[in-house]
Design a protein around this ligand. Structure first.
Ligand code: HEM
Length: 533
């Protein structure tokens, strides 16, 4: 028989434990949670970084309060700590566990350091290392760079046909969302902008049929939401309990159902294509081309000798929606809010846009000749990047930096974005200044840094170095196409009393989801996009 001594020296055998558990399963569960949490906190805190300033230390028994504090006021915590400890690395307890915030002086060392990996940490954090079935699709970001390679190969140089597809969908969807009325009417900007960006991007990723399929849009959007909310909730639980808790939390169950639904929608398309290809091969005809994200992935998998099954295609599509759409619509929404607050810049940007459209149509070349528009979007991203902590990395080995900082293998780091508001770098740093990066372009030694797609140590809104966002060329092109349509066709301004302050949650900084704008159709449209929608 199993026997043990308790702390009073009395003996309890296996049957007494069984009685105790049966009498009080809840207290046993709570004890298990506490023990797991303490063990996890202890194990995950590495000794090498223990001496660094700890800006929200966890409690002795639980880190839940520290995690919640970071979720609610991480932005303030980091901003204050940066003032108190300039140039130092900081320890912070985030909802995902302890992270080290690196000082900006290390940015050049971090950016091309292969031992500081991006996707591995992201998949561990956001995909729970594959432990949560509903979030498994995220693992595709850490499969030998296949996702990154497809993005670079197909979304860097934007072919004319892709540009036209973006323009056609913008022409189709924008009036449906903002209407045709020349009277001022109020709209919540976040859902409106989100719908436009989703449908315009999906036109490229999966074609007309899917971008206008409300079921597809509902499922993929829903999946992104389930992941965002479900993962935030799961992070509050000790890792050893995830296998159980995920079956109870509604967002985790919803993610699983949505991934299944997405698969049911894509499977017939994949099967139909296979049939068409086989028929073409048997008849000796050319193999049909689809030129969408399903085909891009299949080709890349074939290049690597990998089987590309339906599960892989579905994972790719779900993750594409997650990384490509929310980020772009957030930047567009914030840009529209910034324009609404700076009407004098709107006039100048609109004039630049109309001149270029009239001269060369809505082409890649015309978009390149709109430097004020480019500068203004970059300025919006400087003041409100998608996260105020960027360049998420995981040390794949023990690493010693030149300033003496030593990170043990497995340590997770971020770079804070205070540099992007540093008065030593940016004059009047808290002011939105449309032409700031246009002026930078005129400095011969820094001309390249002024471009929206350029990344630098002073502006890393798209990251910096080997993991800088490979989708930024596409995102910027899409954004500009949509903004051209909006500036030619609409006027907008802030609705009275509306809140425009960004929402800071955890490490993220979102355009305010409650902002309301007033819209009206412009009387004269100086340019006719004339697309075939
Ligand atoms: C305005 C829109 C976007 C913003 C603000 C944005 C931002 C970022 C940031 C900050 C990173 C991390 C870079 C680093 O840590 O150095 C990143 C990585 C990434 N982004 Fe974007 N992104 C956007 C659009 C897109 C789009 C359209 C795609 C389409 C495929 C995409 C795909 C990716 C991928 C695959 C990575 C991971 C890169 C790697 O693992 O090396 N992003 N993005």
């Amino acid at each position: 028989m199993n026997a043990s001594s308790d702390h009073l020296g009395t003996r309890q055998d296996g049957s007494q434990w069984a009685v105790l558990m049966a009498q009080s399963p809840l207290s046993i569960l709570i004890a298990a949670v506490v023990i797991a949490a303490v063990t996890y906190t202890w194990v995950s805190s590495t000794s090498a970084t223990k001496g660094l300033p700890n800006i929200n230390p966890p409690g002795f028994f639980s880190s839940v309060e520290a995690k919640k504090l970071f979720m609610i006021s991480g932005w303030n915590l980091i901003a204050q700590a940066r003032k108190l400890y300039p140039g130092q690395a900081l320890r912070v307890m985030t909802q995902m566990g302890e992270r080290i915030i690196l000082p900006h002086e290390l940015i050049e060392e971090v950016r091309n350091e292969r031992r500081m990996n991006f996707p591995h940490g992201l998949v561990e954090d956001g995909g729970f290392g594959g432990m949560v079935p509903g979030f498994k699709p995220l693992s595709i970001l850490d499969q030998n760079d296949i996702f990154q390679t497809v993005s670079k190969r197909h979304l860097t140089k934007i072919p004319a046909a892709m540009s036209k597809a973006l323009c056609d969908e913008a022409e189709f969807i924008i009036p449906k969302v903002f209407g045709d009325s020349s009277d001022w009417h109020e709209m919540a900007s976040s859902p409106a902008v989100h719908e436009i960006v989703t449908k315009v991007a999906t036109r490229v990723f999966l074609g007309k049929e899917f971008c206008r399929n409300d079921n597809w849009i509902r499922v993929t959007e829903g999946y992104t939401e389930s992941w965002a909310l479900g993962s935030s909730e799961l992070h509050l639980w000790p890792r050893p309990l995830l296998m159980l808790i995920q079956w109870v939390l509604p967002w985790c169950r919803a993610a699983m159902a949505q991934a299944k639904e997405a698969r049911q929608m894509l499977e017939p398309v994949i099967a139909e294509r296979q049939k068409m290809i086989q028929a073409a091969v048997s008849a000796g005809h050319d193999i049909p081309k689809f030129d969408d994200a399903i085909e891009w992935l299949e080709e890349e998998a074939a290049r690597r000798g990998l089987a590309c099954d339906a599960a892989m295609v579905v994972n790719f599509q779900l993750v594409l929606t997650m990384v490509a759409i929310h980020t772009t619509s957030d930047l567009l929404q914030q840009f529209m809010v910034d324009l609404a607050q700076n009407p004098e810049s709107v006039q100048q940007i609109r004039q630049e846009v109309i001149e270029q459209l009239q001269a060369g149509g809505l082409s890649k070349e015309s978009l390149h000749k709109m430097p004020l528009l480019d500068s203004a979007i970059k300025e919006t991203q400087r003041l409100k990047p998608i996260q105020f902590l960027l360049m998420r990395r995981r040390a794949q080995e023990d690493i010693q930096f030149s300033n003496g900082l030593y990170l043990k293998k497995g340590t997770r780091t971020w770079m804070d974005t205070s540099r992007m508001r540093d008065p030593a770098v940016y004059e009047n740093p808290d002011k939105w200044d449309a032409a700031r990066f246009l002026r930078l372009r005129s400095q011969p030694d820094r001309a390249n840094e002024g471009h929206l797609v350029s990344v630098s140590s002073d502006h890393f809104g798209f990251g910096y170095g080997i993991h800088a966002c490979p989708g930024r060329f596409f995102a910027v092109h899409e954004l500009k196409v949509i903004v051209c349509h909006l500036l030619v066709k609409y006027e907008w301004k802030l609705a009275p009393g509306t809140d425009v302050k960004p929402l800071y949650l955890g490490e993220t900084s979102f355009a305010n989801p409650g902002t309301k704008l007033l819209f009206r159709r412009r009387e004269e449209a100086e340019y006719d996009f004339g697309s075939s929608a």
